[in-house]
Design a protein around this ligand. Sequence first.
Ligand SMILES: Cc1cc2nc3c(=O)[nH]c(=O)nc-3n(C[C@H](O)[C@H](O)[C@H](O)COP(=O)(O)O)c2cc1C
Length: 330
Amino acid sequence: MNSGTLLPGPDLSVTVAGLRLRTPVMTASGAFGYGREYAGLLDLSGLGAIVVKGTSLEPWSGNPPPRTVETAAGLLNSIGLENPGVECFLENDLPWLSGLGVPIIVNVVGRTAAEYAALARRLDGAPGVSALEANISCPNVKEGGLAFGADPAVAGDLVTGMRRATRLPLIVKLTPNITDVAALARRVVEAGADAVSLINTLVGMAIDPEAGRPILARGTGGLSGPAVKPVALAMVYRVAAAVTVPVIGMGGIWTGRDAVEFLMAGASAVAVGTALFVDPEAPLRIAREIGDFMAGQGYGKVGEMVGLANTGFCGRRPESWADRPDQEGR
Ligand SMILES: Cc1cc2nc3c(=O)[nH]c(=O)nc-3n(C[C@H](O)[C@H](O)[C@H](O)COP(=O)(O)O)c2cc1C
């Protein structure tokens, strides 16, 4: 990649929780479906990783409409984790996804801790699954989701069950709807998480004054997009100072500079969600912009920036893919 007569450009590759990513920019769960919708809109093989929609054991129908509303600087959604279930995913989506040559991270969700463990067992060894991301932080469902993620002890037990059920790298997605996100992160790492990702959406609502009632059928929803970025950044900063495993940062990332802020707060990689609805090529553009920033500032590897702005950063900086002894030809 960086060979030839030209001066080598910055190396965007990173290894996070054993996953080798071409760039540190992945898609955030729920904003990218199972990838097919985007196939004609961007070169999927240029993504760092694809994180698919929250997937449950059985099909879930989600919440009644309206399920989304735009706000001044963000998006409120209450999709309610509609998905066709893990068997449909394995049969219809995974074979296609696994041909893309990009790590596939399956975001999983259940109504009970036993369902999360069963999903981990079912996906363990499925050809093409690179890692699991346990969504214990969805604010839009009555059972499961946030019910697990707001209590460190409950979250820890859930992760212990999943850890026993799979050897796949296990990422645990944390909620911002909690006072002490660092304590939650420490507990899930003790229980076996290989990485943590944050933030999921912040609980919010919008009201239609003429109708005199909330716009979303469910009343409240989850806020994402630029409005949440400063909150997300502060939480990533706190968590990166509390755990030694990699942190995957997300929340309102729109530009390469936004992504660099997350990296400097201590994230080893980032995910892009809401920006995809405006610019389907956002993850590729953001990766290019990170590269431009690195070139301008004289950074050679992403890992040189990770945790730079965080005085308490205690994680390991991500290795460059090229540095790994087992690297295959690129
Ligand atoms: C429409 C929509 C659906 C989402 N569905 C999921 C989901 O299924 N599982 C999950 O873990 N997060 C889900 N999220 C949260 C995003 O993955 C991400 O954590 C959050 O939106 C913050 O990032 P962003 O501001 O870049 O969108 C969803 C977000 C949106 C906007």
